[in-house]
Every structure is written in structure tokens, then in C-alpha cells.
Design a protein. Structure first.
Length: 440
């Protein structure tokens, strides 16, 4: 694939990544504290919006598979989703001083649904841009790399605005405008430079009119999809638990300053970007699933050492951030490329293309993994008696075990599920050859 097309496809990932972390971290504070709605009611409203958003994933995936505008399956949904999400994020991050519960509910639902309308077809389109086993890894690697750069840019923007004396609400409002501007710049390149794939066009004849429920049920018969999705969910929880407990660990175990915390975050994601080409090249030699498994092994061996770190082990924890950050690159780039291969297998086995539906369930599992991480980590700590306001040695042990040991166990389970994954390059080439013969 030419770099012009690849860069045009991956560009919007920068814009969509900009508000990702701020929306999760700052939105509850913005409405719960600054607008005085209360953290409990704000949390409930955002949970309702998220639940509605999650339920729409498979619907949007199925609709983007079935319905096309001028023979384009993905572009109309992406364009509409970007517009809706842009309006939603502007309203949500620039609220009126008297904004209340209804305002938060309406605009959070608007943002999340628009986001899903963009993200599901966008990911599906990436899988359809090439049927080549290795080229798909290159596409997902570039996309995830650009996405991480967006996350880092957002952190730098907020830090810079805070340094200049801006209030938190004003900084978040600025980020909304920058996100919209970045989307306005990159979206036209996506829509007008990147061609609609031949695979996507072929779906008009190959997609049946089965209902959403029956389509989802039939996916259970696709054992490769269920296996890969299970591994993605397990590994998502394994990555999610330390993510949601990251600041608690730094504050209560290592005793870091705000500057040190920022350094760790930049170090972690920076190494993720730098390591993308390494995993990409290795996957060409030994296959995607084996490289992913070895990356998880390395991450687990590195992360389990955190259990034994005493307070003040700043340099050693920095080394852990470097190693696990590099391994995150494999987590982000290789499984979606494997999912694209499974889509081809699904098309051959069930005689229909449903890329959008499969990637919508992929998105659902991502959201579910984060929800489970939060729903497990904090209640477990509370149940075990951990109190961040008290210096309790036993409570700190529980924090370390949940932060470092539980994710390692989950990664070990993921490795067990995916180690002998059968769809390698040789078998995928056979699938592609049979699909091409079937379409002649």
C-alpha cells in the first residue's frame, strides 16, 4: 500500500485519540465538581450513556455491512459519525454554567454514539484495505502508533495549558476545539484519498438480510473468532487493571511526584510508538500470534517484578515502564490484524461478509474489558480494606497484588488461549485463494 493512502487512513486516529483519556479522567470532575452535579449522579449518567453506546455497537456494525451509499459501505457512516461526535464533544466539553443532568445525558449519548458510528466502520475499513497477511499488520501498526501520538499530544496540551495558568474546564474546552480542528483536517483525506476497498464492494451481493440477533448467534459457530475475542477480552482486562490503578500505585507504593508520574506516562507510551516496527518485522518471521504471545510473556516477566519493588524504586519502575510500553505495541497492533484474517475465514465459512459486525463486537469487548477492570479493581481493594488515606502495610500489599499479580495471571491465561492459534500465514493464504475462486 502506498504511503499516501496509509497516512490518509491513519490520520484521523490522531484526532479521535486526542480526547480519549481526558474524557475518561476529567469529565466526572468537570460535571461532578465544577458544575456541582455531584460525583455519584455524574457517574450514574455516564454509566447509562456508556451502556446505551455499548448496545449500539453491533447494530452499527451490521448496518454498515448491509447498507451502502453509492456503493460505499464505510465512508457515509464515518462522515456522519464524525459530524455527530464533533458536535457532541464540543457541547460536552464546553458546557454552560447552568448545565444539568439532562444536558450531560443528551450530549454524552450524542458523543458516544457518534464515536461508535465512526470507530466501527473505520476499524472494519482498515481490515478491508488489504487481504495480505503482513500488510494488515502494517496498517494496524501505523494506526495505533498515530493514535498513541494523539494521546501524548493531548497530555502535552493539557499540561501546557495548566502551566500557563488556565483552569481545568478551560483547558478541556480548548482540547475539544483542537480535536474538532484535527478531525476537520484529516477527515477529507480519509474520505477522498483512501479508496473504498474491493472487499467492501463485494459485500452487496454476499451479505444476507438476517437479523442482528441471528447474526450474532451464528458467530458462536466461528470458533476462531470466539477464541480470539476471548483472548482480546482477557488481555484487555489484564491491561486495564494496572491502568486504572496506576496513580494509586504511584502515590501509595512508590511515592512519586506529579513530574515523575508524567515522565512514566510519556516513557510508557513513547516506547510503545518506538517498538511498533520491531513487532511488525518479527511478525513477518514467526507469525502474528506467536509474536503477540512472546510479547505478553516478556511483559509478564517484567511486570511481576513490581511486586517486590520497595518505596522509591523510581529508576527500576522506569525500566518496567519501558519494557511493558514496548510490549503494549504488540497488544495494540497484532490482535486487530489477526481479527482481519478471522474476518476472511468467517466470509469463507459462512458465505457472507460481515466485517463491521465482527469489529463491532471487538469494540464491545474493549469497552467491557475497561468496565470489568474498574468494576473489579476498586471494589476488590475496598473489600480487602485498602484505604489510600491510611498508611496500612497490609492494604498496600493488597494493592500491589491486584495491580501487578492479577494482570500477570490474566496474561498467562491469554497466552494459553492463543498460543496454538491455527490461522497462520499459510492457512490464511489458502482462505484468500478460495475466496477469490468463489467470487469468480
Amino acid at each position: 500500500m502506498r504511503f499516501r493512502i496509509l497516512s490518509s487512513y491513519t490520520g484521523p486516529a490522531f484526532a479521535t485519540a486526542l480526547p480519549t483519556i481526558p474524557v475518561y479522567i476529567y469529565l466526572p470532575t468537570l460535571y461532578g465538581v465544577h458544575l456541582d452535579l455531584g460525583l455519584t449522579i455524574t457517574g450514574i449518567i455516564l454509566l447509562i450513556a456508556r451502556l446505551i453506546d455499548t448496545l449500539t455497537d453491533p447494530l452499527i456494525g451490521l448496518l454498515s455491512d448491509k447498507f451502502a451509499f453509492r456503493n460505499n459501505h464505510r465512508k457515509p457512516w464515518i462522515f456522519a459519525g464524525a459530524l455527530i461526535a464533533g458536535i457532541g464533544i464540543h457541547q460536552l466539553l464546553n458546557p454552560d454554567p447552568d448545565a444539568g443532568i439532562v444536558y450531560l445525558l443528551i450530549w454524552s449519548i450524542t458523543l458516544y454514539i457518534g464515536w461508535t458510528m465512526f470507530a466501527v466502520p473505520y476499524l472494519a475499513w482498515g481490515a478491508e484495505l488489504s487481504s495480505d497477511y503482513h500488510e494488515r499488520t502494517r496498517i494496524t501498526s501505523y494506526r495505533e502508533c498515530v493514535s498513541i501520538l494523539g494521546i501524548l499530544a493531548a497530555g502535552a496540551l493539557i499540561a501546557g495549558a495548566t502551566f500557563m495558568g488556565w483552569s481545568e474546564p478551560k483547558s478541556i474546552g480548548l482540547l475539544a476545539w483542537i480535536t474538532i480542528s484535527a478531525g476537520a483536517i484529516t477527515l477529507p483525506f480519509l474520505l477522498f484519498v483512501v479508496p473504498d476497498s474491493e472487499i467492501s464492494r463485494a459485500k452487496v451481493a454476499n451479505t444476507t438480510t438476517t437479523s442482528l440477533l441471528s447474526s450474532v448467534k451464528s458467530l458462536i459457530k466461528n470458533k476462531l473468532f470466539v477464541r480470539l475475542l476471548s483472548a482480546w477480552l482477557l488481555n484487555g482486562i489484564a491491561n486495564g487493571i494496572p491502568a486504572v490503578l496506576f496513580f494509586l500505585y504511584l502515590d501509595n507504593i512508590l511515592g512519586t511526584t506529579e513530574t515523575q508520574r508524567a515522565i512514566y506516562v510519556v516513557l510508557y507510551f513513547g516506547c510503545t510508538v518506538l517498538a511498533m516496527p520491531v513487532w511488525l518485522n518479527l511478525s513477518k518471521s514467526i507469525g502474528k500470534h506467536k509474536v503477540w504471545c512472546w510479547a505478553m510473556v516478556i511483559a509478564s516477566v517484567s511486570f511481576v517484578t513490581v511486586i517486590f519493588l520497595p518505596e522509591g524504586s523510581f529508576i527500576f519502575f522506569g525500566v518496567v515502564c519501558v519494557i511493558t510500553g514496548m510490549c503494549l505495541a504488540a497488544d495494540l497492533s497484532l490482535p486487530p490484524a489477526m481479527q482481519a484474517d478471522v474476518v476472511d475465514y468467517d466470509a469463507l465459512k459462512f458465505k457472507k461478509r460481515r466485517t463491521g459486525l465482527l469489529f463491532s463486537l471487538w469494540g464491545m469487548s474493549t469497552k467491557l474489558a475497561l468496565a470489568i477492570s474498574i468494576g473489579f479493581a476498586f471494589p476488590a481493594l475496598d473489600l480487602l480494606g485498602f484505604d489510600p488515606s491510611e498508611s496500612d502495610p497490609e492494604g498496600k500489599i493488597f494493592l500491589v497484588v491486584i495491580y501487578a499479580l492479577v494482570p500477570v495471571v490474566l496474561k498467562a491465561m491469554t497466552i494459553w488461549v492463543i498460543w496454538n492459534f491455527p490461522l497462520d500465514k499459510r492457512k490464511h493464504d489458502v482462505v484468500i485463494r478460495r475466496l477469490k475462486n468463489a467470487h469468480r
